[in-house]
Ligand binder design. Structure first.
Ligand code: 13P
Length: 248
């Protein structure tokens, strides 16, 4: 079945008004009818974008709605300024900010309750891969969210498989390595609910660039990419979007 193709750029703690402007210009004239293009800039910049072709989201959201939580953003605020998407569970949030599966599940619950679409990020470390435990690790990450929101809730998410060993390292998973895990994810979800598994978009992330994108996007269970470093260069990011557009 054909699923929505998506390419999302995660700017992390990078970017400025000049970069926003370069993206506004490049994507206003780009023809990309078969792919949804999303940018997740630092939250300060979300309202600087003015290109209809770009869906703008945030990189993180609180599981709390308001109160004494210094430095956080709430779904009430996202609703207030019409932001429709958020990343949840990025490995940098998990590792550097100690967000465990329970916190991530709580964030998904809060986001879905506010009609915000999460891009739920999952993926294993090199140690887990070397120990041959990729599938069980990924399954546990998925289960904690499914326990909280069910398959109906999960069907409203986008998934991103980002092996930690491939993030920011220049080591992209081979298309076969990525496809193997994407197929596992879809099979596992299919054992619970076949129609949700078939319709869910699963993005690959980890050193995606203009060179690696076409072969990755040609895999049957890879529905696009979540791009870090290469999303900071408008021309390269556009080339990646065009690769997905051709598959859409
Ligand atoms: P890189 O593309 O820089 O490896 O980052 C991937 C990522 O973490 C996107 O969320």
């Amino acid at each position: 079945m054909s699923r929505t193709k998506i390419v999302a750029g995660n700017w992390k703690l990078n970017g400025n008004k000049a970069l926003v402007s370069a993206f506004n210009n490049a994507f206003t004239v780009a023809k990309l009818d078969n792919v949804s293009v999303m940018i997740f800039p630092p939250a300060l910049y979300v309202n600087e974008f003015d290109c209809e072709q770009l869906i703008i989201g945030v990189q993180n959201v609180s599981e709390q709605q308001s109160g004494a939580f210094t430095g956080e953003l709430s779904t009430l605020m996202l609703n207030d300024i019409d932001i429709s998407h958020t990343l949840i569970g990025h490995s940098e949030r998990r590792d550097l900010y100690h967000e465990n599966n329970d916190i991530i599940a709580a964030k998904v619950v809060t986001a879905l309750a506010a009609n915000i679409t999460p891009i739920l990020c999952i993926g294993e470390s090199l140690d887990i891969r070397t120990a041959g435990k990729v599938n069980e690790f990924i399954q546990a990450q998925l289960d904690s969210v499914i326990d909280a929101v069910g398959m109906t809730g999960l069907s409203k998410c986008i998934l991103a498989y980002e092996p930690i060993w491939a993030i920011g390292t220049g080591v992209t998973a081979t298309p076969a390595q990525a496809q193997e895990v994407h197929a596992f994810i879809r099979d596992y979800l299919g054992s619970i609910d076949a129609s949700v598994a078939q319709s869910l978009s699963i993005l690959y992330g980890g050193s995606v660039n203009a060179k690696t994108a076409p072969d990755l996007f040609a895999q049957p269970d890879i529905d696009g990419g979540l791009v870090g470093g290469a999303s900071l260069k408008e021309e390269e990011f556009l080339t990646i979007c065009q690769a997905a557009n051709q598959r859409g």
